[in-house]
Write a protein that binds this ligand. Sequence first.
Ligand SMILES: [Zn+2]
Length: 138
Amino acid sequence: MVPKLDVRRANAEKKYAGDLSFTFEADPSLVEIPLVCISSPVEANLHYEILEDDSVEIEGSLAFTLKGSCSRCLKETEQRVCGKAEGYFVPHGADEEDYSYSNGVIDFGEFLRDSLIFLMPARLVCSETCAAPEYKEE
Ligand SMILES: [Zn+2]
């Protein structure tokens, strides 16, 4: 389950920073590699910081496992993918680089989706031989 961050409540409780750790099921359509899927829930560890103007900085990491056929030789394989996730949320409207939130509550859905797309490798490979760019197919 993806938690929401209640910025108003956090402010009222003077919890201006904190950590969120959770797992969630990724949308299968995020994986564009043929015959590959995310085999386990995505693990998210995020740190938030609420700034004086109520904008919120999020940074942390996401980790997940890709499973399926090697993009080169089709052998069954798995790959662990880990990477950073960063976002900046502003209350009411945002320019294109930022996320906006309304009613004092941040929904991480779009941010997590974008972060996963960013971390997603272009292909899944089973070995260094298959990963090597100089490998030539006959
Ligand atoms: Zn392979």
